[in-house]
Design a protein around this ligand. Structure first.
Ligand SMILES: Nc1ncnc2c1ncn2[C@@H]1O[C@H](COP(=O)(O)OP(=O)(O)OP(=O)(O)O)[C@@H](O)[C@H]1O
Ligand SMILES: [Mg+2]
Length: 453
């Protein structure tokens, strides 16, 4: 089991409280028994003194059988050495006549007795009480002192658990917020309401987030600038190649075509790099106009219709959903068009591409299903990696799906891809956008710091 501060604290405090309660219980039990024993002794002594002071006559010389409750004390008054006592509440009980003055404990008639002996002017007064009766009285009284502890202990334990839980709630909340941090969501942690002990952690995490955001942004800017700078000389190169075309002799035509397609590949790579740098740019804030995704889908299909027709690929869109996404139209278009362009590129001539839409109340899905070769299962988790290409026979930069992932995740959506599950070869690639309606409802439920109200 992983060490947990909260559990350790709760267990330590629980044990401590229990140990204190047990120690307190034992000491109050023992103190009470000792107090009770002293009280009973005092009672014996008081009875003896009253007997000496002339109350002995109240005791009948021969008590009627059963007139003394067995729990109570036995009083015996005799002349020292006399076999038969002058008066006794239980004449059959032979208390030890040689007992020293004061309190003694002795075994008489097979039972333990506590005896108070008083010698006074030739009279021996002995007051005795059964030890078992005393024990029972002491135990009964002492046990009653344990009740408050027994009732309070579970309550105090529950209070300890509650206090520990509440104290660690902020920590758990922070832990969840730290877990949500990734390159696409570099938001500083809120420091309002954070306990002082945790503030240094929150401050250093926030400083780290700022530094990380700065270095990611610097890297993104460098890629964008480099791609931008490379675009101009490449366009010039392309123009010069176009101008040279009529002057290339027939024998060199093939090599010249390779040169031109090399330039075209480089241009495509640079264009994708620029798109990726734009997709990685953090959100500028401000409200996003909701986008009618179905219009983008229709547009994406229309864009590739000529190529699809030329290759006898049957492409169509069905199950259109009218809900709007909380993503700018330009970004929805880049994401959807990338999936459609992949489908067209990897589907062999005569294949079929279906676009469909659905919504689950929170998000809106656009799925592109093709009849291409599919993707090897072990390579599927890597197709969203930058520059990763699962099929090296077909030309591509390996950046398209990274752009799609980056755009969708930036707005709280996602992109997923899987092989068809209906027995046919091909993939089902989907982009998921948050619904504008659901986003508005979520924002209404948050305070100005982005926390739940
Ligand atoms: N519909 C598909 N069918 C089969 N394989 C696909 C499909 N879509 C993507 N892939 C595989 O995933 C890889 C990554 O796709 P991605 O779109 O990122 O790059 P690309 O298509 O190679 O290049 P780019 O889109 O940047 O021009 C592709 O190289 C291809 O192997
Ligand atoms: Mg692609």
């Amino acid at each position: 089991m992983k060490p947990s501060l909260r559990n350790n604290l709760a267990i330590a405090l629980g044990l401590l409280v229990s140990a204190v309660a047990i120690a307190q219980g034992i000491s109050s039990y023992q103190l009470c028994r000792a107090g009770m024993s002293a009280l009973l002794d005092l009672r014996l002594e008081q009875v003896a003194v009253r007997m000496r002071n002339g109350l002995a006559e109240t005791i009948p010389a021969t008590p009627s059988r059963g007139s003394q409750p067995s729990r109570d004390i036995v009083i015996t008054i005799r002349k020292p050495g006399a076999e038969v006592p002058l008066r006794s509440t239980d004449p059959s009980l032979q208390l030890p006549q040689d007992a020293p003055g004061g309190f003694t404990s002795a075994q008489v008639a097979g039972e333990g007795w506590r005896i108070y002996t008083l010698r006074d002017e030739g009279t021996l007064i002995q007051i005795a009480q059964r030890s078992s009766v005393r024990d029972e009285l002491e135990r009964e009284t002492a046990l009653t002192t344990l009740w408050p502890t027994l009732v309070l202990l579970p309550l105090v334990l529950a209070a300890v658990l509650l206090i520990v839980r509440v104290s660690f709630r902020k920590m758990n909340q922070l832990g969840n917020e730290v877990q949500e941090i990734d390159a696409a969501h570099l938001k500083p942690l809120p420091s309002a309401g954070v306990p002082t002990e945790l503030l240094p952690f929150v401050d250093s995490i926030n400083r780290m987030i700022v530094r990380l955001a700065q270095s990611i942004e610097a890297e993104r800017k460098f890629i964008a600038d480099a791609a931008h700078e490379l675009r101009t000389p490449l366009t010039a190169l392309q123009l010069q190649a176009d101008n040279l075309q009529p002057h290339i002799v027939a024998g060199n035509q093939e090599r010249f075509n390779e040169l031109r397609s090399g330039i075209a590949r480089s241009s495509a790579l640079i264009a994708q790099l620029l798109r990726l740098a734009r997709a990685d740019a953090p959100l500028s804030g401000g409200s996003i106009a909701p986008t009618d995704v179905s219009r983008v889908v229709v547009e994406a299909v229309a864009d590739v219709l000529p190529i699809a027709a030329a290759r006898s690929i049957d492409i169509g869109a069905e199950q259109m959903v009218t809900d709007k996404a909380a993503v700018p139209a330009a970004d929805v278009a880049i994401a959807v068009k990338n999936l459609v362009s992949n489908a067209v590129r990897y589907t062999p001539d005569g294949g079929t591409i279906d676009l469909s839409m659905r919504t689950d109340g929170q998000t809106i899905w656009v799925e592109v299903t093709d009849t291409g070769p599919g993707i090897a299962e072990e390579l599927l988790p890597r197709v969203f990696d930058r520059f990763f290409r699962a099929n090296l026979d077909v030309e591509g930069t390996g950046l398209g799906l990274s752009i799609v992932k980056s755009i969708t995740q930036k707005y709280g959506g996602d992109a997923v891809i899987r092989n068809r599950g209906d027995g046919r070869s091909g993939v089902v690639a989907a982009v998921i956008f948050p619904l504008a309606r659901a986003q508005a409802e979520r924002n209404a439920a948050l305070d100005p710091h982005g926390r739940e109200l």
